[in-house]
Design a binder for this molecule. Structure first.
Ligand code: ADP
Ligand code: UDP
Length: 254
């Protein structure tokens, strides 16, 4: 019997208590949902690939001094992370119109935006992650003005860095979502990137053909969904040999 204590099960991941206080194990599932749970499915090997891709990108961010929750990858589907006091926001950075921005404002998908735009969505079960503004966030105490300044600075740095990294792989970073939490050390508090950065949370288009290589393949029934995730991992140089389909089922630590 597993002695691990499950803390939370979400749509794409399960969180377990980590081996040391203040840590969590983040387990990546193949299950996926879209349109606020109205569409569900399984993308074989997605958990393995997202675990690898998110590890890779977060390590690159750490290399340039951007703090993330990642401690280390543990196995195919799991990584050890620092437990954070989560800020209940999905912070979306957009470079090109797509998804809910296009739907809400009638700006055709693929339109280059005049500048990068940051949006906040309130993460709350049952409310379909509504768009909120700074006034809501500070008035309801989800984050302070100072937290938000830090969040914006980090988000723009991540955008610049990832845009360049992906362009080098012939991929356009259309938009992405970040989550943040607070990490308390002694008497200091830092805002740290949490959750994951993967084709589940980014829109990634081939720079030549505009082929979608992300979760939109699932959202829009484009087919070859697994291949999109694999292609991103392949271009990053981290596709597990033999492909994710060859890997064993999720492991549970004893
Ligand atoms: P959801 O909750 O939206 O269904 P997931 O299935 O991805 O999403 O679940 C992962 C959950 O873990 C999310 O609610 C996310 O906010 C939370 N989380 C991510 N990183 C951390 C962390 N370092 N500390 C605490 N919670 C985290
Ligand atoms: N996103 C995400 N989780 C969310 C909402 C959005 O990862 O709960 C990502 C999404 O994959 C895309 C970007 O944030 O890369 C912008 O998403 P959008 O607001 O267009 O929402 P959607 O099309 O998912 O409704």
């Amino acid at each position: 019997m597993s002695r691990r204590r499950q803390i939370y099960e979400g749509k794409a991941k399960v969180l377990f208590a980590g081996p040391e206080p203040g840590t969590l194990v983040q387990h990546f599932k193949d299950e996926t949902t879209a349109f606020n749970n109205r569409k569900r499915g399984t993308i074989t090997g997605k958990g393995v690939l997202n675990n690898r891709i998110s590890e890779y990108l977060m390590l690159k961010l750490s290399d340039i001094g951007i703090p993330t929750h990642l401690v280390r990858r543990l196995n195919m589907r799991e990584q050890l992370v620092r437990e954070l006091e989560m800020i209940p926001l999905a912070v979306v950075v957009r470079n090109v119109a797509a998804g809910s921005l296009s739907a809400r404002l009638g700006i055709p998908e693929g339109t280059q935006l005049p500048r990068s735009i940051i949006e906040y969505h309130f993460k709350k079960e049952g409310l379909d992650d509504p768009l909120v503004c700074e006034e809501h966030i500070t008035a309801f105490g989800w984050a302070s003005t100072r937290d938000l300044d830090e969040i914006v600075q980090i988000s723009l740095r991540v955008n610049d860095f990832l845009t360049g990294l992906f362009l080098g792989l012939n991929i356009r970073l259309i938009d992405f979502k970040l989550e943040f939490g607070r990490l308390y050390t002694d008497d200091e508090m830092r805002i740290v990137i949490a959750d994951e950065i993967s084709p589940d949370s980014c829109r990634l288009w081939d720079a030549q053909t505009n082929e979608k290589l992300d979760k939109d393949r699932f959202r829009e029934d484009l087919g070859r969904v697994e291949e999109g995730y694999q292609e991103v991992a392949r271009r990053l140089g981290i596709l597990p040999e033999g492909g994710p389909g060859d890997l064993p089922a999720p492991t549970t630590m004893q």
